[in-house]
Write a protein that binds this ligand. Sequence first.
Ligand code: SF4
Ligand code: SF4
Length: 444
Amino acid sequence: MKLSNLTFKGGIHPPYSKELSKKASIEPCIVPEVVVIPLSQHIGAPCDPIVKIGEAVKVGQKIGESKSFVSAPVHSSVSGVVKKIEEIDSPLGNKTKAVVIESDGKNEVSEEVKPKGNLEDLSPEEIVEIVKEAGITGQGGASFPTHVKLSPPPDKKIDTVILNGAECEPYLTADHRLMVEESESIVYGLKAIMKAVGVKKGYIGIEDNKPDAIEAMMKASANEPEIEIVSLETKYPQGDEKRLIDAATKRQVPAGGLPMDVGVIVNNVGTADAIAKAIKTGMPLVERVVTITGDAVVTPKNLMVKIGTSFKEVVEQCGGYKEGLGKIVMGGPMMGNAQFTDNVPVVKGTSGILLLSEKEVSAPPMDPCMRCGRCVYACPVNLQPTALEKLTSRERFDETEKYHIWSCIECGTCSYVCPARRPLVHSIRVAKKALSDKQKRESK
Ligand code: SF4
Ligand code: SF4
């Protein structure tokens, strides 16, 4: 293990608020009476349903798939009967088709779910196929189909795999608990990823505010000389993959580039755990660890939740809401998605359900920019957020590209440090949307 605290330029130290749930061991969540499983839960093509209304399904049975390579199949998380296939509001902020399944409460496992054999006996191609068929997508929030990441083009020579255990978002502790409780499974998953991409060097990067996770992962990897645990300075956004690569390997991903451009593949620790389970038991990604936390929930917890369970039911298992709920967020406060209802399902990318009080979300109105430069100094990507906001407010979207808007990782650091409370990251998202809408119109 490297003992130095590795880090990157810029960033911030917000209140982490992890003590609310960091000691809460992972508990199983109730099996809901109904699950609503979206057919689009990730970056890439949505799935088409392959079950019909009235059909009986079992746990782990595939219920949706796509012919597109950049997509991941979806599976039933309960046994029961398909009641509806309908359009719903997704917690990702879009509308999507979903399969509604009424549970029979029996949790019968599909005959399709079988162990896939020893890792030593599996070929790289077989590992990638198992990951694909298990519908595994990134567990850190971005939800990119993992088999695509594990299939780099032949001209990209990969020599390093990094597992992201930074969990730098305030409040969230799902990865922390997973590293403490499932450390051996995570190491197994990392070895599978390394074998799939033919790599001999693996790192697991963990922020130094999780000493018990560092200890557990060191113990689990003690007999694996090719795996190194890297202690990272606790700083937001340390978990962004480009910052992580910089800290662990001193390689800089070029603007607009991907980790594979510098020979690296990054996956979340939860993704490695899901891969290990898919190989060892054959169970696809039908449940995940979710942190339910914030000042507006009675008992913060880490729960193993079946995909498709409503936020409402998950919160009820934590004693429900306290008075004065201000905001529901999927994910953390910096990069999460605000929700307008709790009637949305947990999806593969739901790392947390954050329940903020009215006091926590209230803020005085914004002031004009005072040109203090704090946003520029704190930006980990060396952008000029104040200039991007100004161009967006004047609808001069094309000019934002000259200011490298596509390099923005939407970490929210600039908005956090701004003393005038300017909506910087919001403006950047607006400009990106306007630019991509224009690109779509022009490509028709
Ligand atoms: S401009 Fe983008 S990358 Fe830079 S701090 Fe703001 S949100 Fe983060
Ligand atoms: S931090 Fe806020 S006030 Fe300061 S330069 Fe940036 S936008 Fe302006």
